[in-house]
Design a protein around this ligand. Structure first.
Ligand code: SF4
Length: 356
């Protein structure tokens, strides 16, 4: 049966919007939570399978609504166990989410935009430009689809909004997605401690992340204004390095929290001893840790990955100054699923074939 011109996408509704939706059908308010549970907790794909609703109501709903799950999903599996999910959206655009196993953790990296407006020099996604913000159902669908793919002995331990796009540029959807993820009554019931939002530096929106109660990561990558302007020109326009760090110092950390600074190490560009020493000075006194990310190369990228020796030297300088500094393992590089590699290389024409 053809759907009417205005079709409600159920996964895009917040709880108040779902209540409004059920009222338009003259159903009782408790029906809102029933529907939300079906689509979030049970990951239902077919409205008529909501078996605790009367059949005539299910039929009525399926004539005016759709759940909003994507049906077109491809998975690229890396040798190291990383799985990249390529989801095709209704308008034909595609986005990526990445499942990253690491010892006892399984992290899901989620996208918030198609492409990105910020054009950081070391990031493939930025090359695409911004196509559009993702809608709420398109963000939630990445999480539900990843859960559908898990083996019975797996569960996602951490979720990072660090995929394609700048999460704080799609703030309303980010907030609604975190609400759905953490709602215990009808959502996935996750602890906010397991969720991290990463920003390239939208300093004025950091208080919004604090209000969400999730962890904050800042993609820093430079230790002088000039260096940051060169590497992250658009982000630097929005907030200078000094104003970003000032906003970080004002950030109201809960007692269990600390800030994470991400620092992509680029050979001969920002991996010098002097860079490490300046980084120590900039972060002095902050409750934070530093994740060092050796650059993940991609064809036509202008940068190179530093040597192991340069990476360890950089880390040692931070550690000697009592900064917690970790070198992030590069995962999923063979399927372009590593940090900074999400984007156009995943099109069918360029993506490497899935590994057996
Ligand atoms: S690093 Fe993040 S903010 Fe910068 S271009 Fe890539 S996706 Fe956008």
């Amino acid at each position: 049966m053809a759907l009417p011109a205005t079709v409600t996408t159920l996964l895009s509704l917040t709880e108040p919007q779902m209540v409004k939706f059920v009222r338009t059908h003259r159903w009782p308010d408790y029906r809102a939570k029933q529907i939300l549970r079906w689509i979030h907790q049970r990951r239902l794909r077919t409205i008529t399978d909501m078996t605790d609703l009367p059949m005539h109501d299910r039929i009525a709903m399926s004539q005016s609504a759709t759940i909003g799950r994507s049906s077109d999903v491809a998975v690229l599996s890396s040798r190291d166990g990383t799985r990249k999910l390529l989801l095709t959206l209704n308008d034909g655009m595609s986005i990526e989410a990445v499942l990253i196993p690491d010892e006892d953790r399984l992290t899901l990296c989620v996208s918030t935009q198609v492409g990105c407006m910020l054009d950081c020099g070391f990031c493939l996604t930025g090359r695409m430009g911004l196509k559009r913000n993702l809608k709420l159902h398109e963000i939630i669908d990445q999480i539900l689809t990843a859960q559908d793919m898990l083996r019975s002995d797996e569960h996602i331990t951490n979720l990072v909004f660090m995929g394609m796009g700048e999460p704080l540029a799609n703030l309303d959807c980010l907030k609604a997605a975190v609400t759905a993820l953490t709602n215990k009554s009808w959502g996935l019931g996750w602890s906010r401690k397991r969720v991290t939002v990463s920003t390239a530096g939208l300093a004025s929106r950091l208080p919004d992340v604090a209000a969400l109660g999730v962890n904050l990561a800042i993609s820093l990558n430079a230790t002088t204004e000039e260096q940051r302007r060169e590497l992250m020109p658009a982000a630097s326009e929005i907030a200078s390095l000094s104003s970003l760090l000032a906003a970080c110092r004002r950030y109201p950390l809960a007692s269990h929290q600390r800030l994470t600074f991400e620092y992509v190490l680029l050979a001969g560009v920002n991996d010098h001893v002097t860079d490490a020493r300046r980084l120590v000075q900039l972060l002095r006194g902050m409750r934070c840790k530093v994740n060092l990310i050796p650059f993940n190369e991609f064809p036509t990228g202008p940068f190179h990955r530093p040597s192991e020796q340069a990476i360890r030297r950089f880390q040692s300088i931070l550690r000697d100054a009592c900064l917690d500094a970790f070198v992030r393992k590069s995962r999923g590089r063979d399927v372009f699923g590593a940090c900074g590699q999400l984007g156009e290389l995943s099109s069918p024409a360029t993506a490497p074939p899935p590994l057996p």
